[in-house]
Ligand binder design. Structure first.
Ligand SMILES: NC(=O)C1=CN([C@@H]2O[C@H](COP(=O)(O)OP(=O)(O)OC[C@H]3O[C@@H](n4cnc5c(N)ncnc54)[C@H](O)[C@@H]3O)[C@@H](O)[C@H]2O)C=CC1
Ligand SMILES: CC(=O)C(=O)O
Ligand SMILES: [Mg+2]
Length: 565
């Protein structure tokens, strides 16, 4: 039931309530829209079939993205129904890689404002501006647009990524679309193309820096806490120099996480655990691995720290675990000689301190030859960094090399699935940030798993909110990582599948949420009512979690004279 004061044509122009030809005869009568829509009635299923065919017929992915945004602007329920029903085919359209193209063009593509824009000119007024958003909010995805996927500083245009992530919260995590809020902190941009573009819609100034920048973020967080004290805040695509500092500042006080640092770390750990099951049958074998990580930004530092934590949890000492990592950035291997002054590089210090067996700045190929890694990870944003020679070397060292080119979008991937399969004769256990198709080579199929944080954030967010915990702890993140490989069958591991298929995202998110709630309960972070459900076991938890999930169906619409909260 959607009580609202609007009736007549207003209902048809409101994407939350609009059903188009899906309004029943009695609704048409009640809402005063009889004669304002064509006479025939179609169910949401029939509407979805029609619009799906239209969307599929479009050739350019960006046209498909725009077509879907138009639908969302007209009829949200139908949009989410489509995404829900065709998630595997539509994730690459509403999310990476196409969302990257959409962000590049966002100022041109924007048709109807959606979400909230906080700009440098608004400083001092954030608190009151929050009340311009009339609905209750349970989750916010916020970016400052400074590092959108691997595409760099896109300023206000980063709004596209906040929206794309929240579409997955709805479609994958069962969040009610009325209670999600995409946000961009428009602190300016240092991108000269945008600054020189007369049609750029963001604030056409250089980025705020230093104290001014952090005061901006603080004002936003305080405003959210005041308006929606229980909302979850997901930090998205903040450049490395701010990402870790902001996370450390707020994570013990506010229900929040940084997706690029923590969501990515959890999904990579899930992939590595999956690969361990594939190779050895047990995730504990993570302690036998040696990692070469290309990229020491927010993603690289987050992944390395989290894998390190998992190795220690599985029996290595901290020093032993540090020695298993070779971290390479734009200047080559990071060693004890490196001055790590940037606050974003703080997590690198332990790895650097323990790396003095190879020259500072050593090349990727030299490192691979000497270190003989079992796992090669890419979060460098450098297309083709995993060259044929690099991949062949990985294939010589390992019967089943683990190759993860995680940079997004596809145009930034360190290698393609085909590159990895060709260089290793299909033996690689492969996982990439953006999607590729499986590759068949000499009768063998190399599975092109997608290792993207979308396996984690909807379920993590759901679990965190349902647990009623006030923060997201490392134990909750570790639980999310362990939940994902638990969803695969032994047959899937045998064939090299290390992530479940994305069309199971609702079940994956629900299971992740259950494990996150349990972890929060073990740490004493949940109130009595949640402890009671946890104590009843997994079935009760499952019932609890699924019962909260939004399903994109039309609900009866009624007209009410009282205004809605
Ligand atoms: N698959 C997934 O779920 C996720 C993927 N990512 C992707 O990871 C990438 C990196 O993100 P951030 O860490 O935030 O970016 P960043 O820009 O802070 O870091 C990039 C790092 O790569 C290094 N680098 C540059 N050239 C290199 C080279 N030739 N060899 C080795 N390292 C090199 C840089 O020095 C820097 O340390 C992006 O493309 C992003 O889309 C990020 C989060 C999640
Ligand atoms: C997937 C994601 O969060 C990124 O590439 O930044
Ligand atoms: Mg991101």
């Amino acid at each position: 039931m959607h009580p609202d004061t609007s009736r007549g044509i207003e209902v048809l122009h409101n994407p939350i309530y609009n059903k188009g030809t899906g309004f029943s005869a009695s609704e048409r009568e009640r809402l005063g829209i009889r004669g304002l829509v064509p006479p025939r009635f179609f169910t949401i299923g029939q509407q979805a079939v029609k619009i799906w065919a239209q969307n599929k017929a479009l050739k350019r992915p960006l046209d498909r993205w725009s077509h879907l945004q138009d639908l969302k602007d007209r009829n949200e329920t139908l949009f989410y129904r489509l995404v829900h029903d065709h998630i595997e085919e539509l994730a690459p359209v509403i999310y990476t890689p196409t969302v990257g193209d959409a962000c590049l063009e966002y100022s041109k593509l924007l048709r109807r404002a959606r979400g909230m824009y906080f700009s440098r000119e608004d400083r001092g007024d954030f608190n009151s501006m929050m009340f311009n958003w009339k609905r209750n909010v349970s989750v916010i995805v916020v970016t400052d647009g400074s590092r959108i996927l691997g595409l760099g500083d896109l300023g206000m245009n980063g709004m596209g990524i906040s929206q794309g992530k929240l579409d997955l919260y709805v479609a994958g995590g069962g969040f009610d679309p009325q209670h999600v809020l995409p946000v961009v902190l428009d602190v300016g941009t240092n991108n000269p193309d945008l600054l020189n573009d007369p049609y750029y819609l963001g604030s056409p100034h250089k980025r705020l820096e230093g104290e001014e920048y952090y005061a901006f973020v603080e004002e936003f967080i305080r405003g959210v806490r005041n308006r929606w004290p229980n909302a979850l805040i997901q930090f998205e695509d903040f450049q490395t120099k701010h990402a870790n500092k902001i996370l450390q500042h707020y994570r013990d006080e506010v229900l929040c996480f940084n997706d690029d640092i923590q969501g990515t770390a959890a999904v990579v750990l899930a992939g590595v655990y999956g690969a361990m099951k594939c190779l050895h049958g047990h995730r504990k074998d993570i302690v036998k691995q040696t990692f070469v990580m290309c990229g020491a930004g927010s993603a690289g530092c987050g992944i390395a720290s989290f894998l390190h934590q998992a190795m220690v949890a599985n029996g290595l000492t901290a020093e032993e675990a540090y020695k298993r990592f070779y971290i390479i950035d734009a200047n080559g291997l990071v060693t004890a000689e490196r001055a790590l002054d940037d606050p974003g590089q703080e997590p690198l210090k332990g790895f650097a301190r323990n790396r003095n067996d190879m020259p500072e700045g050593a090349s990727l190929m030299d490192v691979i030859k000497k270190a003989k890694p079992t796992v090669l990870l890419g979060v460098s944003t450098v297309k083709g960094l995993f060259s044929k020679e690099v991949l062949e070397e990985m294939g010589k060292i390992n019967e089943r090399p683990i190759i993860m080119p995680l940079s997004n979008p596809t145009s930034r991937a360190e290698c393609t699935a085909e590159d990895a399969a060709n260089a290793t004769d299909g033996r690689a256990i492969f996982s990439s940030g953006s999607p590729f198709s499986d590759v068949e080579i000499n009768g063998r199929v190399m599975k092109a798993n997608q290792g993207n944080n979308f396996y984690v954030f909807p379920g993590l967010g759901l679990g965190a909110l349902l647990s009623k915990s006030s923060v997201i702890s490392d134990a909750m993140l570790q639980a999310a990582a362990m939940a994902i490989p638990a969803m695969l069958t032994p047959e899937q591991y045998t064939e090299g599948t290390i992530f479940p298929r994305i069309d199971r995202i609702r079940d994956i998110s629900a299971y992740v949420a259950i494990k996150v709630i349990e972890a929060a309960a073990r740490e004493g972070r949940v109130p009595e009512d949640i402890r009671h459900i946890v104590a009843q076991g997994e079935e009760a938890m499952s019932e609890y979690v699924y019962s909260t999930m939004y399903v994109p169906n039309y609900r009866p619409t009624v007209f009410s004279c009282s205004s809605r909260k």
